[in-house]
Write a protein that binds this ligand. Structure first.
Ligand SMILES: *[C@@H]1O[C@H](CO)[C@@H](O)[C@H](O)[C@H]1NC(C)=O
Ligand SMILES: *[C@@H]1O[C@H](CO)[C@@H](O)[C@H](O)[C@H]1NC(C)=O
Length: 583
């Protein structure tokens, strides 16, 4: 029943932690229609190759429907006066179909027009066919407005007329009326029980376009949003070789006090970079950017550090535009500590990846490795980039390099395992899958306090349908990091997949929101579940909350797609009384 609960967790299927996906690339694995129309996945698969050639021809020309007589023989023409108006309308339509097949669309349109005017108004089904056929001819002439008009008449006469709805959907798309297109194609998907690949693809396409447009608009104007402290700490913990995320050195502040002289010292005491660092330790994150700005503007001695820390917080609040000049400046500062420059390159590289510029991203990572070849962070983060680029072998060799430099880097070892696992799994190689699973066992034995190791292992175990053990692994994560909301969401999803236990799943996800009310992943997942339960209004509410928390434009676009899909379904339900099956 829940055979397909995997697609509800797109952000994690690459094995990267949530914050990384948010900062690195948003949502690399876009599932679009898949999640929203989850219930139908199995059935859709069976029919994947079903073509749709028939729609290209008008009604009644491809294969005659039994009982529907094709009266175009000479006999019927001879006895014209005996024919009913409907017969004559049918004859005109059949003539139109012949012209259509011969690609004489103008004549075909004339015939269909004749059929429409001959047809008695109460013959709704026939009349709708004639309109639909004329729309098909207009479509050939790329007269989209006419297509929409005729399809609308056809649909008025026959509200569940799939062909007319789909043709109108395609024409609306050409007219750039995406919202209308989405509604039509949603109705089509539901009427076809999600068995037709073509309409699913159109739905997916228009959802993505709509999401992208809306996110572009909204992201520009949104309020900057500081992520939760858990998220920020987790983000900084992925850097080991950097200066700004280290706590202040013991006595650093005192040293500072000692050699202070005159004005400059006063500034460092009450404001500036050191103050920012102090706020960071106090988790008073909202004040960091302004303190860094003071350091930068006063020309303090921690210029490079302040620029890098400020850029990092600009990235965390989702403002890449503001982060970039700071990162550029640090990178170009030849005199600055190489660790700072390498760290800035890693962050700029990740930012480029998020902006879908993998080449610039790769360039930055390579430069970082060049200027600071013994920096484990560079290899660790480049490895993650390579995973996103599907370059597993290079990813593994980067993780290896990182492990070589820092044998205690549990994260890199866990991620290496996961990379190997994905490679084996997608490559359908059972013995390699087993090797990777053994690797996970070793990682959790060697690093029993690394939550990420358990979390990634749990994902692999879930893939392998070893639900009980996966659940145990999530429990270990929760023991280690009780504040990590994401884990509860994963555990909740596991209950759905394993036991089809919706209540327990939702309970765990509610718990995640309780722990971290900025956990967009929790809202997104809950929205997806509500869609499946048919609670569309609740789903839309959840998606909107997630949208307001999105950490990148790309992620926001993905969430808008989910929201729009749910909204279109409510509209279709109202208009046509159509409802998809629910759980
Ligand atoms: C929470 O745990 C997940 C693994 O389930 C990890 O990827 C992520 O980095 C953690 N997030 C935070 C904010 O600690
Ligand atoms: C990002 O920062 C720039 C420059 O500091 C500012 O003009 C812009 O309004 C900010 N954008 C957002 C979305 O906060």
């Amino acid at each position: 029943m829940m055979a397909a609960s995997k697609p509800v967790e797109p952000q994690t299927s690459s094995g990267l932690p949530r914050w990384q996906l948010a900062l690195l690339v948003g949502t690399p694995i876009v599932l679009g229609v898949g999640a929203v129309y989850l219930w139908s996945r199995r059935r859709t698969k069976e029919k994947q190759n079903q073509g749709d050639g028939e729609r290209k021809t008008p009604e009644g020309s491809a294969s005659p429907v039994p009982g529907q007589t094709q009266q175009d023989g000479s006999a019927s023409r001879a006895r014209d006066e005996d024919m009913t108006p409907l017969d004559r309308a049918q004859a005109a339509k059949n003539k139109g179909n012949k012209y259509f097949k011969a690609s004489k669309f103008e004549q075909a349109i004339q015939c269909y027009t004749e059929a429409i005017s001959l047809c008695p108004k109460e013959q709704k089904s026939d009349l709708s066919t004639f309109y639909q056929n004329r729309a098909a001819a207009y479509e050939q002439q790329m007269k989209w407005a006419e297509v929409v008009q005729d399809c609308s008449r056809a649909v008025e006469l026959n509200p569940r007329y799939v062909k007319a709805l789909f043709r109108r959907a395609k024409a609306q798309e050409r007219l750039d009326k995406k919202k209308e297109c989405l509604e039509d194609v949603t109705a089509v998907c539901i009427l076809e029980a999600f068995q037709n690949q073509q309409s699913m693809l159109l739905a997916d396409k228009v959802l993505k376009q709509l999401g992208k447009e809306k996110a572009k608009e909204k992201y520009k104007n949104r309020e900057p949003l500081m992520p939760s402290p858990q998220f920020i700490k987790s983000y900084f913990s992925s850097f080991t070789d950097d200066i700004i995320s280290q706590p202040l050195q013991k006595g650093e502040k005192n040293d500072e006090d000692k050699d202070k002289e005159g004005e400059a010292a006063e500034v460092t005491e009450s404001s500036g970079y050191l103050k920012a660092k102090q706020y960071m330790e106090e988790e008073n994150y909202d004040k960091i950017i302004s303190e860094c700005t003071k350091e930068v503007e006063s020309g303090g001695r921690y210029l490079a550090e302040a620029l890098l820390l400020r850029a990092t917080f600009y990235l965390l609040i989702g403002n890449a535009t503001a982060a970039q000049p700071d990162l550029d400046q640090v990178i170009n500062m030849e005199s600055a500590n190489v660790k700072l420059r390498a760290n800035a390159l890693i962050k700029r590289g990740s930012m480029y990846m998020q902006q879908q510029q993998p080449q610039l991203s790769t360039q930055d990572f390579n430069m970082a490795a060049e200027i600071d070849p013994h920096n484990a962070d560079v290899y660790h983060h480049r490895g993650q980039l390579k995973i996103l680029l599907d370059q597993v072998e290079e990813a593994v060799s980067d993780f290896d390099e990182c492990i070589l430099l820092r044998p205690d880097s549990a994260l890199a070892q866990a991620q290496k395992c996961f990379a190997l696992y994905r490679q084996a799994y997608t490559g359908n190689n059972p013995s390699q899958v087993q090797t990777a699973m053994d690797g996970f066992e070793e990682v959790i034995r060697k690093f029993p306090r690394c939550a990420e190791g358990y979390a990634l292992y749990a994902q692999a175990l879930t893939d392998q349908q070893q639900f009980g053990k996966a659940d145990e692994m999530y429990d270990k994560c929760i023991d280690l990091e009780p504040d990590n909301a994401t884990t509860y969401v994963h555990k909740g999803l596991l209950q759905l997949q394993w036991k089809q236990d919706l209540d327990m799943g939702l309970e765990l996800i509610s718990k995640a929101i309780e722990i971290d009310n900025k956990c967009d992943f929790a809202y997104e997942t809950m929205g997806t579940i509500e869609v499946q339960r048919g609670n569309l209004d609740k789903a839309i509410d959840m998606f909107n909350r997630a949208i307001n928390l999105a950490k990148s434009e790309m992620e926001m676009a993905h969430l808008y797609s989910l929201c729009d899909a749910a909204y279109a379904q409510t509209e279709v339900a109202k208009k046509y009384g159509l409802k998809p099956p629910t759980l």
